[in-house]
Design a protein around this ligand. Structure first.
Ligand code: PMP
Length: 308
């Protein structure tokens, strides 16, 4: 996945792909001090448009704030740069990856004044993250790795270092023949997938672990909750035990990359009677309907590229 060509926005300049490089002394390379976003541009009835650009940029700035990384740009300037780089690459749809990281300088854990803060924005050509699973459902497992505990790494920050945990979960799942792994939290209760938030449906009620359960407060998660409430589907954000996965009528995972991916089995146990189930299907329809206009965008979630 991902083409290695085109242009990258790098510290305020648009550069050819191969010129957007980093020095080996970069703080982020040694200590994981990067924060990033994953956003999608869809081909919509209003032309190519970002989905929830402002929310993503805001979370990027929040992640930087948690780690005391100072940004020399405003949120609006980053929004504009995101639109600019997709236009520069002539793309109608894209996966966009802004990253802010501590750059080259000294190797102290506490960054010195000379350590730079660098920003890059990449626009990649990405299809469905979990491939065919978006239609036929993913086979997932409960990971032997737990998610980071509160008071260790803040899960609300989308920071590079957090993805060491995601790598362990996803690599183990793949090695054992699964599409993705779901981690339990420090308390043994459900948290999230390696790169997705989790939803369960039982008796017509949509349930998802709360944002206090060591999860990333996902923007797709928030969108799905908003759409479900709008469709009069009862939604509960509450702690759930592992066995809830085995008793659910439907399970699905959501994220910018994964979009709304149904889960057809957990630990080789089939989920429900059909996959995708009716509520998953209805939510997929509502979600993708934002992009062709069949769902009214009453929340102003789309930002056409020519807004900036
Ligand atoms: N959890 C994790 C660990 C993730 O990496 C992602 C993807 N960013 C998500 C959840 C979903 O978040 P979002 O919907 O904002 O992309």
């Amino acid at each position: 996945s991902g083409q290695k060509r085109g242009f990258i926005w790098h510290n305020g300049k648009i550069k050819p792909w191969e010129d957007a490089t980093v020095h080996v002394s970069a703080h982020a390379l040694h200590y994981g001090s990067s924060v990033f976003e994953g956003e999608r541009v869809y081909k919509t009835h209003k032309g190519p448009a970002f989905f929830r650009l402002h929310a993503h940029t805001h979370r990027l700035f929040d992640s930087a704030r948690i780690y005391e990384i100072d940004i020399d740009y405003t949120e609006e300037e980053i929004n504009a740069a995101c639109c600019q780089i997709v236009r520069a690459n002539n793309m109608e749809s894209a996966y966009v990856r802004p990253i802010i990281f501590r750059g080259a300088g000294s190797l102290g854990v506490i960054p010195k004044g000379e350590t730079t803060v660098d920003i890059a924005i990449l626009a990649l050509d990405w299809g469905a993250y979990l491939g065919d699973a978006i239609h036929k459902g993913a086979d997932v497992c409960v990971s032997s790795w737990n998610r980071v505990a509160p008071n260790t790494f803040p899960s609300w920050a989308k920071a590079g270092g957090n993805y060491l945990s995601s790598q362990l979960i996803a690599l183990e799942a793949k090695r054992n023949g699964y599409d993705e792994g779901i981690a339990l939290g420090h308390n043994g209760l459900l948290s999230e997938g390696a790169g997705e938030n989790l939803f369960l449906v039982q008796n017509g009620i949509l349930r998802t672990p709360p944002v206090s359960s060591s999860i990333l407060a996902g923007i797709t998660r928030d969108s799905v909750i908003t759409l479900a409430k709008n469709m009069n589907i009862p939604v509960e954000e509450k702690e759930l035990p592992r066995e809830a996965l085995y008793l659910s009528d439907e399970v699905f995972m959501v994220g910018t990359a994964a979009e709304i991916t149904p889960v057809r089995s957990v630990d080789r146990k089939p989920v429900g009677k059909e996959c995708p189930g009716p509520i998953t299907k209805a939510l997929q329809k509502a979600f993708f309907g934002i992009f062709d206009g069949s769902t009214a965008d009453q929340w102003n979630w789309l930002t056409p590229l020519d807004t900036y």
